[in-house]
Design a protein around this ligand. Structure first.
Ligand code: GRG
Length: 310
């Protein structure tokens, strides 16, 4: 969406690509290790859980946990745990979101959505089991690495609030109720701050909580950054839903318009939606202004979110 025009920026993004590939690899490996194997009962459920989580997705929430953790000098192995927990919650939300009782979508991450590949009851259980596995992962994290009880409690409560009725699940309820209705920009923003933004913010905060020492100035900046970039993520998602094709997206393009759902594009039009995304990107960068190179991953990640094509 934004043009990279300086040589420095190009070099930074090449470095970011290498870093993000490494975080995606680590996340995949950790998730593979944490998910139950398919040779223990119930085999079909475990197979479906692995189908829903592994081998796909941009891992934006894992990247956020690591990038915020980098600002706070957190240990990368600890960040793998936080990153995996948020990716499990995210995968659960996608599985449930695709079900016939919600968005009813057959395609996710370029392959049949979980309920199409398995069945509705299995998809429901996959979401339930992934959600509880995320919390189990954080609650037992001290068995793997030297997390303090205080860190674990902070991560658990932050993720629980972000996922529940005052966060993602609540946002989804508002989304379902808004089909066929005209929303104001403020109402749309309220929905997305909960539905998409809450987990994005929690991902970054969990990264910060993995640090040995809590730096309140950095945590405040991460709050401000992740709120802005979480909303920008959604605006970009709405633009891609209009401009990109199904093959590139790996999910059904134009789904929101076809489902008669309000989006930033339907409310603002494409030009103003793009301007809003750029404004939110600027706000995210402004939050990082007091920090130098230690915030570079967060800056690069913001640009990646703005420029993503799927
Ligand atoms: C079912 C409780 C419950 C919640 C569902 C987040 C959500 C709420 C549904 C996802 C549906 C959706 C398409 C939302 C728009 C933005 C979004 C979260 C897109 C998917 O996230 P990406 O692009 O996906 O990070 P990948 O596949 O890359 O991980």
């Amino acid at each position: 969406m934004l043009k990279i025009d300086s040589k420095d920026c190009m070099i930074a993004m090449t470095d970011f690509t290498a870093w993000s590939l490494e975080i995606q690899r680590r996340t995949e490996q950790t998730l593979d290790h944490l998910l139950p194997p398919t040779n223990i009962a119930p085999e079909r459920l475990h197979d479906a859980m692995r189908y829903a989580v592994l081998g796909g997705g941009k891992r934006v929430r894992a990247l956020l946990a690591h990038a915020a953790g980098a600002l706070c000098a957190a240990d990368a192995n600890k960040l793998d745990i936080a990153a995996s927990a948020v990716e499990m919650i995210h995968a659960y939300s996608l599985v449930h979101d695709d079900m016939p009782c919600m968005d009813d979508d057959d395609l996710r991450r370029g392959k049949p959505s979980c309920h199409k590949q398995y069945d509705d009851a299995t998809a429901l259980l996959v979401g339930d089991a992934l959600q509880t596995l995320a919390f189990q992962t954080l609650a037992t994290a001290e068995q793997r690495l030297d997390f303090t009880a205080e860190q674990q409690l902070k991560m658990l409560s932050t993720l629980a609030i972000a996922s529940g009725s005052r966060g993602m699940a609540g946002g989804q309820a508002i989304d379902l109720a808004s089909v066929g209705k005209e929303l104001t920009q403020l109402e749309l923003e309220y929905m997305h701050i909960h539905k998409t933004g809450a987990l994005i913010r929690a991902s970054a905060l969990l990264g910060a909580y993995c640090a040995e020492q809590e730096d309140l100035a950095k945590i405040a900046a991460i709050h401000q950054y992740s709120e802005a970039i979480g909303l920008a993520f959604q605006v970009v998602d709405d633009i891609l839903d209009t401009e990109a094709d199904t093959a590139t997206l790996g999910k059904t393009a134009g789904k929101d318009a076809d489902s008669n759902k309000p989006t930033y594009v339907t409310i603002l039009g494409i030009t103003r939606a793009k301007a809003l995304a750029n404004e939110l990107h600027e706000n995210a960068l402004a939050a990082l202004q007091p920090f130098g190179d230690e915030a570079s991953r967060l800056r690069q990640l913001a640009l990646f979110i703005m420029q993503r094509s799927f």
